[in-house]
Ligand binder design. Structure first.
Ligand code: GTP
Ligand code: OAA
Ligand code: MN
Length: 599
């Protein structure tokens, strides 16, 4: 490291900031510059002109390719390195001083060792490059629930995405100056060598260090790294929840809106549910759906005991494949302009394309090769779009309310081809926490590794909880206290398959039928049958007008398979047992109670 380099442009606000809250930020930026040795430092102000200049830089160096400007104005294609297309869970670490604080649910490394390892990679890594300093706010800028961070990166692609996904720039910097506290994130794309790649979290230091990947969840540090891993750790200390959940408002024909927060694992339907279009008969009757958030939810109890939620993000980083005019017209409408596409295919007239969009044939695949169906899908299965939430036609007028929206129901769900019915309701909060804690789902392309393997993914937070799950479950349970007015908890499964391997439930817009039943339950109006696993609707308790379900579908979607659940509960007991003595007795006791009634 050449400590001799002087960075006169390091300091924002010049010497006037000495002794101010920004001093700590300036010191850190200088320290990072001395380690990484960039050629220049750019403080991001979040302005339109800055964004335009970034796009120009990336177009010039080929990292962004313009798309058809007639059909997709101001939209861009980024092709990432073929070895850098998803989150890398095996290279993601939570580095707490005590290993047990990270828990068996995280990869762990001692903080000193982790810093040494990753700092060695950062040394001199920005030589010849510009280092960008990105002050950002997660959540509406004037919300008491929002939190700020600063990401330092050498990737203009990351800056452009962070500008869409967060409140980035001058306003965030002003809030940091007022509050002092912020999360520090250091990122470099490095050599993009999968052997030299780490995503490290230091929750005790509110610090993130990410090296060697330019991909979404690894590189846009405001998202999974800050808003989930670090925030979940802070939330536990401060009495709130940071969750991998969408937030959606359901307005009934009487004009009443109920907000629902739902946790599904990556690529299991959050964006789709958040932007749902009601079936035609519902639309005609006056039902409306309002999108508040599609991936992350921060919530805390309000003065009335209810949980109030904000979406910490300002944009959507959504899965492209499967998005179509039929499945998700709101998403499709959102991404007709001012969008960054990553790893999609293109058509002959240079429009973005992915499997499931329409019947056209693409000419170039996601790597820019001539498309050859023998080489696999044209778009990468985890290809994504990045777009401002404000471009979504269903964006809720209350999405940016500083106090958040009150949550009526919490929903857990995963991909379960067998056993798990369409929907059931937990008996009470403790049972609901067990339902969340024992969630299982088949893995998807959102992370590297095998796809379609069933794994436990509590609250869809397996890859994202910044501390020991045993403590996390205890934290969830702690919300049930005098004065609380907690939402009801449900479990759904849109992915139940029939003997022919096809989905039994139409899903997408028709999922509103299930949400309507939930709201009916919240209001004490809808019927259900009690079973050991919770309250299940009969098919007749849902509005299934215009839905044709085979007898097999009815049986599997609304039935309760006692033998299957007995085996499932044995699996749940084994899973809870993995947390040893750290696990408070409440959930194992709840598991036992239900297992007994299944005998
Ligand atoms: N069968 C079925 N598929 C669905 C449904 N909802 C979503 N999908 C499919 O699931 C895939 C992922 O959906 P998303 O809504 O993007 O998932 P997500 O949870 O937002 O994903 P992340 O952004 O990775 O967190 C897409 O291919 C969708 O078409 C549904 O109700 N039924
Ligand atoms: O974090 C990402 O890269 C994308 C995402 O939403 C997820 O995987 O859940
Ligand atoms: Mn996600």
């Amino acid at each position: 490291m050449s400590a001799a380099i002087d960075y006169p442009d390091t300091r924002i606000g010049g010497s006037e900031t000495k002794g101010s809250q920004l001093d700590a930020l300036n010191q850190w930026v200088l320290q990072v510059a001395q380690l990484t040795e960039p050629a220049a430092i750019h403080w991001c102000d979040g302005s339109d002109s800055e964004y335009a200049a970034l796009l120009e830089t990336m177009q010039a160096d080929g990292s962004l390719l313009p798309l058809n400007t007639d059909t997709h104005p101001n939209s861009w294609l980024h092709r990432s390195d073929p070895d850098d297309v998803a989150r890398v869970e095996h290279l993601t670490f939570v580095c707490t001083s005590d290993r047990d604080d990270a828990g068996p649910n995280n990869h762990w490394m001692a903080p000193a060792e982790a810093h040494a390892k990753i700092d060695a990679l950062f040394a001199g890594c920005m030589r010849g490059r510009t280092m960008y300093v990105i002050p950002y706010c997660m959540g509406p800028i004037d919300s008491p629930l929002a939190r700020c961070g600063v990401e330092i990166t050498d990737s203009p692609y990351v800056v452009a995405n962070m500008r869409i996904m967060t409140r980035m720039g001058a306003a965030a910097l002003a809030r940091i100056e007022r509050e002092g506290a912020f999360v520090k994130g250091l990122h470099s794309i490095g050599e993009l060598d999968p052997e030299r790649r780490f995503i490290m979290h230091f929750p005790e230091e509110l610090t993130i260090k990410s090296y060697g990947s330019g991909y979404g969840g690894n590189a846009l540090l405001g998202k999974k790294c800050h808003a989930l891993r670090i925030a979940s750790y802070q939330a536990r200390q401060e009495g709130w929840l940071a969750e991998h959940m969408l937030i959606v408002g359901i307005e009934n024909p009487q004009g009443e809106t109920h907000y629902i927060a739902a946790a599904f694992p990556s690529a299991c339907g959050k964006t789709n549910l958040a932007m749902l279009i009601p079936p035609e008969s519902y639309r005609e009757a006056g039902w409306k759906v309002w999108t508040v958030g599609d991936d992350i939810c921060w919530m805390r109890p309000g003065a009335d005991g209810r949980l109030y939620a904000i979406n910490p993000e300002a944009g959507f980083f959504g899965v492209a494949p499967g998005t179509s005019a039929r499945s998700n017209p709101n998403a499709l409408a959102s991404i007709q302009r001012d969008t960054i596409f990553t790893n999609v295919a293109t058509t002959a007239d240079n429009q973005p394309w992915w499997e499931g969009l329409d019947e056209r044939t693409p000419v170039k695949d996601w790597r820019g090769r001539d498309h050859d169906p023998a080489k696999g899908p044209a778009a990468h299965p985890n290809s994504r779009f990045t777009v401002s939430a404000r471009q979504c036609p269903s964006y809720s007028p209350h999405a940016e309310d500083p106090q958040g929206v009150p949550i009526s129901a919490i929903v857990f769900g995963g991909r379960r081809a067998s056993l798990v019915p369409l929907v059931f309701e937990a008996r009470d909060w403790t049972h609901g926490v067990l339902v969340g804690a024992s969630m299982g789902s088949e893995t998807t392309a959102a992370a590297t590794g095998a796809v379609g393997v069933m794994r436990r993914d509590p609250m869809a937070m397996k890859p994202f909880c910044g501390y020991n799950f045993a403590d996390y479950f205890a934290h969830w349970l702690s919300f049930d206290k005098p004065g609380a007015n907690l939402p009801k908890i449900f479990h759904v499964n849109w992915f139940r398959k029939g003997d022919d391997g096809k989905f039994l439930w139409p899903g997408f817009g028709d999922n509103l039928r299930v949400l309507e039943w939930m709201i009916g339950r919240v209001k004490g109006e809808a019927e259900a049958v009690d079973t050991p696993i919770g309250a299940l609707p009969r098919a007749a308790d849902l509005n299934l007008e215009n839905v044709s379900l085979s007898p097999e579908a009815r049986e599997k979607l609304f039935g309760f398979d006692r033998d299957g659940w007995r085996a499932e509960f044995e699996g749940i007991a084994a899973y809870l047992g993995e947390f040893g003595g750290r696990m408070a007795p409440t959930l194992p006791a709840e598991q036992k109670r239900i297992a007994t009634t299944l005998q």
